[in-house]
Design a binder for this molecule. Sequence first.
Ligand code: CIR
Length: 264
Amino acid sequence: MTDRSFRFTHAIARAPSASITRGLRAVDTGTPDLGLMRAHHADYIAALRSTGATVIELSPLTDFPDSVFVEDTALCLPEGAVVMRPGAPTRLGEAAQMAPTLYALYDEVVEIKGPGTIEGGDILTTEREILVGRSARTDAKGVEELTRLVGRWGYSVREVFTPPGVLHFKTDCSLLDAETILSTERLDASGCFVGYRVIHTAEGEEACANAIRFNDIVLMPAGFPRTAEKLRAHGYDVHEIGNSECAKLDGGMSCLSLRFTPKG
Ligand code: CIR
C-alpha cells in the first residue's frame, strides 16, 4: 500500500473570472460575490501551499464562466495526464485551455477524443482503482475511452453511478486516505465502497462530502461542524475553507484544483 493517491508535489488552480456570475447551477440560490470568492480562493491556495506543494495559478478565462473549477478538465496521474471532454456544452472548451499546461508538466498527455463525455468531478482515484461515476456529465462512452487510455499505465477503472440529481460522483464523496472514504449515506448505500472504510457526513451536512485530502491535511468547506469534528476525532488535520460562493455554483473543494505529482 502506498499513499500516492493523496501525496502530491503540485496543484493547478485557476483564478475566478468576473464572468463567474454566469456559472452553471442546478438551482439558483443567488449570484456569487466575486470579491468573496477570490478571498476564499486565496485561502484555498494558501492551504495547499502550506503543505509544501507548488501551486500553479492560471489566469482567469472570461469566456468560460465555470473555468475556476479546473478539476473537471483533466485527470492527473503520476504516469501521465488525461485531458477530459466535459459534458456541459459551455465547459467543453475548457479542456483545450488546460492542455498546454499539462503538456508542459508531463512527458505523457493523452486526450479523450469523444464521442463520449467525462468530467474530472466524476473520477475518484484510490490506491487500488479509479472509480468513475456515470452522471449527467459523464457517459458510458466517456468511461470506456478513459478505461482504454489509462489501461496503458496499468490502472483499472470501475464504473459506478452518481445518484440522480447529484452533479458529480465526488459531489458526494472524497478520499481521506489509502483505505478511507468520506461519503454521504445516500451514495454509500449504493454499495460502491464495499471493501473501503467509510466515514459518513453528519446528517444534514451532506453538502460537505466534497473535501480533499492533500498531503497531511484535509480541506473541507466551512460550516459543517459535526462532520469536521468527526474527522478530527478520526485523527485528520481538518482545515475549513469558506465555500459559500462556489457552493452557489455546485462547486466544492475538489473542483478547485488538479492535484498531482508528475513523473518527469
Ligand atoms: C458546473 O456545473 O459544471 C459548475 N458550476 C460546478 C463544477 C463543480 N466541479 C466539480 O465538482 N468537480
